[in-house]
Structures are given as structure tokens and as C-alpha cells.
Design a protein around this ligand. Structure first.
Ligand SMILES: C[S@@+](CC[C@H](N)C(=O)[O-])C[C@H]1O[C@@H](n2cnc3c(N)ncnc32)[C@H](O)[C@@H]1O
Length: 304
């Protein structure tokens, strides 16, 4: 039966363990993490995000950044460790009181530069002001999702999004629709704030020369359920996000997270993935990470 899937109860009250969710930000929380070393990455994920934002002129002196759903605070720590002089103020918004506490601990070195707000972004977004950049890293898959819809009988709000933005919808009666993600992005675009988004996508981009990573994936797929410990999330249809942003006059840039992380095609990687074999612990780590990250995308929405 169709319904709106909602993770608020889990995030407000649950004992969230991001290691069981295998978030990219935590896996690459520093250059010394198990995954960074196995993949020979010399920067934390937060530093890489900072580099990309700088390249796109989105980290301007004194800028005010809002990170929603910052988890353990690792992305922001990596960003501040390497780009703090450019950043004026940081606002961390999270629905989980427990995670906000961890963020406070993690970001203590930056004192009053960082403030924390315990809130649901879906409720807070209309009143959010004075933000130069919004970061949403592995958050939008947690937001409201309509599930088990029939193409011929879409709920009014979904039908309106589909019609207003010309969104493609598959045939059938098991359709999931990322309504919370689209509502949030619509609001961010209307405010004119640039945004950096990364999430598990339903329409992944496979980096050039790494076609073997597409094995078993549906490249132009629609949201599917991902069952995690004590809750469920949905993959995100990035083409829908881009249509909404572009229809609202925003510019979009996107790509695979594999390329974003600087993971390059090598005969070694190809062998590990195609043979699905690992003779050493390090290879097992690389295989596990590649198999996970290959569906991830990043998206930057901005005014120019
Ligand atoms: C999967 S975790 C990702 C954490 C972190 N960004 C990372 O990449 O490791 C999702 C985060 O979003 C927060 N969250 C989920 N729903 C939210 C909502 N409606 N409003 C604000 N935060 C929310 C969770 O508490 C958690 O911090």
C-alpha cells in the first residue's frame, strides 16, 4: 500500500551508528583511515569537499556554511582543518540530539565559529536565512519518500512535481518518489543558496574507462529501498534533483563520487573488482569500498 516513508523517529530517538551505514565521510574521515590507506588517498573527505568548493568559487572569504545532518562531524572537521580561514560561520543542523553532541565535541577547536541547532530541516528550511552554502552529505536519502506508488494514480503533490518539472516516472505500481529531497532542494533553490549534495543515487554515473563497475547496476534506475540497521533509506534519482534546480534557474554540475575522490582506473583495481577476489586484507577493503561507492554521485547547485 502506498505511504510516506519517514525516518524521523529513528533519527530523533535511535542510537545511530554511522559505521553500520558505511558513510563515505566516515570511511574517509582522515588520511589515516583504513579505507583512505587502502585506496592511497592522502586527504580526508572534508578536505576534498573543500577543494571542490574552492575550485567552483563557492568558498568565498567570510562565507556562512550550513551543514545539515553532519553525523559525527567528520566532514566539517576536515573542511575546517584545511579551509577555515575562508569560512566565516558554520551552522550545523541535525535532528539527532545524540549526533549533535558528537558534532559539538568534534568541532570544539573552532569555538564560536560553529553553532548547533537541533531541528528537522524540513520544518526549519523556510525560516533559514543568511546562508551562503548548504551541505547535504548522505542526508536526502533519509527524507520523506512516497513508496509503492502506481504510475497511473500518483498522489496530488507527486503529480504536481512530475507535471511542473517534467520528471520522468517509470511504469508500474512499485514506484518510490523522493518527495522530501525535492521539496528541500526546491526551497534551497528559491532562496538562491548554492548547495553541495552527495548521496547514494538510483541513476549512477560510471567513470570513463571503468565500465566494469556497472556490473549488476541499473544505470538509469529509479529509487530503491536500502535496508539498514533499524531503519530504511531510499536511493535518490539525481536527474529529478537536476530538473528541479534547472527549472528554478540554477546551474547544476554533477559526477560520480569515484572521480570526485580521485580514485583512478588501474589494472589492480580492475582485477580486484572483476575477479571479486582479494588475496590481502587491503584488497578486500578496496573491493568493499568500490562496490559501495560506485552508485554514489555528487551534485553542486549554484547561481553561476
Ligand atoms: C546517514 S547520516 C549522514 C551523516 C553524515 N553527513 C555523513 O555523511 O557521515 C544522516 C544524517 O542526517 C540527519 N538527519 C536525518 N533526517 C534529518 C532531518 N529531517 N533534519 C535534520 N537532520 C536529519 C541524521 O541525524 C544524520 O546526522
Amino acid at each position: 500500500m502506498r505511504r510516506i516513508h519517514d525516518t524521523r523517529n529513528y533519527h530523533r530517538h535511535g542510537r545511530i551508528d554511522l559505521m553500520t551505514e558505511f558513510t563515505i565521510s566516515e570511511s574517509l574521515c582522515s588520511a589515516d583511515s583504513l579505507y583512505s590507506k587502502a585506496l592511497k588517498l592522502s586527504s580526508s573527505y572534508g578536505e576534498m569537499v573543500g577543494r571542490k568548493l574552492t575550485e567552483m568559487s563557492l568558498l568565498r572569504p567570510g562565507c556562512r556554511i550550513c551543514e545539515v545532518g553532519g553525523g559525527y562531524g567528520s566532514l566539517m572537521r576536515g573542511l575546517l582543518e584545511t579551509h577555515s580561514p575562508l569560512i566565516g560561520q558554520v551552522l550545523m543542523i541535525d535532528l539527532s540530539g545524540r549526533l549533535l553532541k558528537r558534532q559539538r565535541e568534534c568541532l570544539k577547536p573552532w569555538g564560536s565559529k560553529v553553532t548547533f541547532v537541533h531541528a528537522d530541516i524540513s520544518e526549519l528550511i523556510p525560516s533559514l536565512r543568511g546562508v551562503d552554502l548548504v551541505i547535504l552529505n548522505e542526508v536526502i536519502g533519509d527524507l520523506d519518500t512516497w513508496t509503492d506508488l502506481s504510475a497511473g494514480a500518483l498522489p496530488g503533490e507527486v503529480a504536481k512535481f512530475v507535471c511542473d518539472y517534467g520528471l520522468e516516472i517509470p511504469e508500474g505500481d512499485k514506484i518510490h518518489f523522493n518527495i522530501g529531497a525535492l521539496r528541500l532542494l526546491e526551497e534551497i533553490c528559491r532562496k538562491g543558496s548554492p548547495a553541495f549534495i552527495s548521496e547514494h543515487s538510483s541513476d549512477p554515473i560510471i567513470p570513463p574507462g571503468m565500465d566494469y563497475l556497472a556490473r549488476g547496476l541499473t544505470p538509469d534506475g529509479f529509487p530503491r529501498e536500502i535496508r539498514l540497521k533499524d531503519h530504511t533509506e531510499y536511493t535518490i534519482r539525481f536527474s529529478h534533483l537536476m530538473r528541479v534546480a534547472e527549472a528554478l534557474g540554477r546551474k547544476t554540475r554533477t559526477g560520480s563520487l569515484i572521480e570526485f575522490l580521485g580514485i583512478k582506473e588501474t589494472p589492480g583495481l580492475r582485477f580486484i573488482f572483476t575477479a571479486q577476489a582479494s588475496a590481502k586484507d587491503e584488497q578486500a577493503i578496496v573491493l568493499e569500498f568500490l562496490d559501495h561507492v560506485r552508485e554514489y554521485r555528487w551534485l553542486i547547485v549554484s547561481g553561476d
